[in-house]
Design a binder for this molecule. Structure first.
Ligand code: EPZ
Length: 419
């Protein structure tokens, strides 16, 4: 397992490109299960999670190839309707194949994803929606067995806003008989990008991006070409890196219009963030002001930026409170940040951060994707050397983050375990 070694204190200066969005790519790749023909995708990020979803699709008989970064996915033939535990356990977003498989194949056997580091992450709402559309669902030996001779349009309301729950049912409804309405849906940009792809395939979806989505079922969907939207969480992570190092960077392909709350909070902390030609300029100041945040579904402050923002607050002047309302255990990074000198106390769903003058480099361990990014960020600002182990977590959702930071002037390198 690789490690990343950082000597802190370097200001980040220069230009950096944001890659395609992981959380748009995963449902869009899965949506090919609904289509016939060769789909082509551009701006796909090179990530472990993308490689995993490709394995899940290939296991179903889908043909996937890549040439010069362009991915071709053809699901005309689906020879298997099972997503096995050994694949699903490595990435819970694999549950996204459930709805499309039932819609296309009339049945599916998908391993229950189980919990993960940041929470139990149940999928009851995914199953509730499919049952409302006429699917028969049985849970046996850790697997979901779903069957439906025909999926019928239904009126479905989500008790909780769920991103992949919205995506799963929106995909299933595209081939159902009749009209489906989804209420209290997720409005994330990645949900909208998926709906755009489905409509290009011939689906009839209205309202994506609002909390009421209407889907008129159609007979079949055809293949499309699509360019994946940029990753707003990677962009936010790079902005925090500039804020932590009094850096001055220009971020290309930055989806600024999808980052209003993040940018608002970073400006409140003292950063300058402005559009500049074909990119966005992000400038960090010597004095970081303390800011409170509360994670919320989009367009609120994203939970996927919580750990990164906590690192910035750990060096702010004064006290800040970070409330995590989406997942019940998304403060795992706190114990490692404390080892680097951060003053953070947890009270219920909130973390109380007292800013300190400096962090000190340490050997730390990544536990999940965004926690690993936060440890890299802390290393950029810390005095001395930080060694982050288990960086396979990082590679799940960031395309060459260490290389991008090195290009901006960070003293950072990846070493093989045992080197
Ligand atoms: C998506 O996960 C993202 N993953 C997550 O990003 C992100 O943190 C999360 O949305 C919230 O924005 C992908 O898009 C692949 P949810 P998802 O269903 O869909 C509860 C990252 O770092 N819930 O929106 O799994 C759930 O427990 C990852 O890139 C139910 O109770 O999250 C949670 O408390 C991490 N029942 C809340 O809803 C359900 O059936 C939101 O979860 C479904 C969800």
């Amino acid at each position: 397992m690789d490690k990343i070694v950082i000597r802190g204190g370097e200001r980040l200066i220069g230009e950096v490109e944001v890659s395609g969005s992981k959380n748009a790519t995963l449902p869009i790749f899965v949506s090919c299960l609904l289509s016939q023909g060769d789909n082509l995708f551009y701006n796909v990020p090179h990530l472990r999670d993308v490689q995993t979803i490709i394995k899940v699709l290939e296991n179903l008989g889908v043909r996937v190839s890549e040439k010069n970064g362009v991915y071709q996915i053809n699901a005309t033939e689906i020879s298997n309707d099972e997503a096995p535990y050994d694949l699903v356990k490595t990435m819970r977003a694999s549950i996204l194949v459930l709805g499309p498989l039932v819609a296309r194949m009339k049945k599916a056997t998908v391993s229950l994803p189980g919990g993960c580091a940041i929470g139990a992450r149940p999928i009851n709402l995914h199953l509730m929606g499919l049952e409302a559309m006429g699917a028969k669902i049985e849970l046996r030996h850790g697997y979901i067995e779903a069957k439906a001779d025909v999926l019928k349009g239904a009126n479905i309301s989500f008790d909780t806003v769920t991103v992949t729950g919205t995506e799963n049912l929106m995909m299933a409804a595209t081939l159902a008989k009749g009209k489906t309405t989804l209420q209290n849906t997720a409005v994330e940009p990645e949900v909208v990008d998926l709906a755009n792809v489905l409509n290009k395939m011939g689906a009839r979806i209205n309202g994506a991006g609002t909390s009421l989505i209407e889907i008129e079922g159609v007979e079949s969907l055809h293949a499309v070409e699509h360019t994946i939207i940029p990753d707003r969480i990677e962009a936010g992570t790079l902005m925090v890196a500039a804020g932590l190092t009094r850096g001055n960077i220009k971020i290309l392909h930055c989806p600024l219009s999808e980052m209003e709350m993040v940018v608002h909070k970073l400006r409140e902390s003292g950063m300058e963030i402005e559009s500049e030609g074909d990119g966005v300029r992000a400038v960090g100041m010597k004095r970081i002001r303390s800011v409170d945040i509360r994670t919320q579904p989009y367009p609120g402050f994203p939970t996927d930026m919580q750990a990164q923002f906590m690192v910035l607050m750990s060096l702010a002047r004064g006290l800040s409170v970070i409330s995590e309302t989406i997942f019940e255990n998304r403060f795992i990074h706190v114990s490692e940040l404390r080892r680097m000198g951060a003053d953070v106390r947890i009270q219920g769903d909130s973390a109380i951060i007292q800013g300190v003058e400096s962090l000190s480099g340490a050997t730390v361990m990544a536990t999940d994707l965004r926690a690993s990014a936060s440890l890299i960020l802390a290393g950029l600002a810390a005095e001395g050397v930080t060694v982050v182990s288990r960086v396979y977590h990082l590679d799940r959702g960031y395309e060459g983050l260490d290389k991008k930071l090195a290009k901006l002037g960070a003293n950072i390198k990846r070493v093989k375990e045992g080197d």
